[in-house]
Design a protein around this ligand. Structure first.
Ligand SMILES: Nc1ncnc2c1ncn2[C@@H]1O[C@H](COP(=O)(O)OP(=O)(O)OP(=O)(O)O)[C@@H](O)[C@H]1O
Length: 252
């Protein structure tokens, strides 16, 4: 479904991604882990066609993104929904208008049809009847759920999530994890999830890829990653556990 071949990316002469090769099958949930600044968000932005790599190929189905015209890239993008790191809702629009945004931009649906889709998607994310609420009246977790409702409104084949549980308490994180897994099952979407949060990664992943300094240092199933002998991987997993414990102690 999605394939990156020898992808390289630099910003102002600094190599941010180096020789990335990654294949994600249809219906698979691929979780990308790695330290801050390792290139995870850049990878997502390349896959959704917001950035162009310096070299390499990015395939979505049988189409290589950067051989396409702008119109063709837009058509591929319509297969993808993105849940952004800070939810990225439009503050001046109601929840309903936020969820409807993509449908208004890219379809010829009538107002009634759009309202029906919005109602259905809000119900799926547990926000039934919140159409007229403004984003600033919502908690962080609720905003993430609106962002997910907006991403699934266009019935995407691929959903990309950038740090979906960042800043959420463990109960809300668990809820978001279940929504991600439930959405995958219900819509049979391909999911790509960037996260620092190892419990989430282990909960939802079919496979995990770890990026370190712009390179993929390991790809494997949850079990393979848990038992990896790569010290970078173990260090990251253990480090996240220690960071979690330290945070809990600070709160106590
Ligand atoms: N538009 C840009 N212009 C210049 N440098 C950038 C740009 N976007 C990202 N970078 C740099 O690329 C590197 C990778 O950034 P990226 O956001 O992909 O990392 P990340 O792994 O997602 O980090 P985090 O977990 O902190 O979100 C960083 O050094 C960042 O400063």
């Amino acid at each position: 479904m999605i394939k990156l071949v020898n992808v390289n990316m630099t910003f102002h002469g600094k190599q941010v991604l180096e020789n990335i090769n990654l294949e994600i099958a249809r219906g698979e949930t691929m979780v990308i882990i790695g330290p801050s600044g390792s290139g995870k968000s850049t990878l997502l932005r390349l896959i959704i066609g917001l950035l162009k790599p310096d070299s390499g190929e990015i395939w979505v189905d049988d189409k290589e993104l950067f051989r396409l015209s702008e119109d063709e890239i837009n058509a591929v993008r319509l297969k993808m929904g993105m849940v952004f790191q800070y939810s990225a809702l439009f503050d001046s629009m109601t929840v309903g208008e936020n969820v409807a945004f993509g449908l208004r931009q890219h379809t010829k649906m009538t107002d009634e049809e759009i309202a029906a889709v919005v109602r259905r998607k809000l119900r799926i994310v547990g926000l039934r009847g919140q159409e007229n609420t403004m984003p600033n009246e919502l908690s962080g977790g609720m905003k993430k759920r609106v962002s997910l409702a907006r991403a699934i409104a266009i019935n995407p084949e691929v959903i990309l999530y950038d740090e979906p549980t960042a800043g959420l308490d463990p109960i809300m994180s668990g809820k978001i994890d279940r929504l991600i897994a439930g959405t995958q099952r219900r819509m049979n979407v391909t999911s790509i999830v960037v996260t620092h949060h190892m419990p989430s990664a282990f909960n939802i992943a079919d496979r995990i890829a770890m990026i370190y300094n712009g390179r993929i240092v390991e790809t494997g199933t949850v079990d393979e990653i848990r038992h990896s002998e790569n010290p970078l991987v173990q260090h990251f997993i253990q480090g996240q556990k220690i960071a979690g414990l330290a945070k809990r102690r600070l709160r106590e």
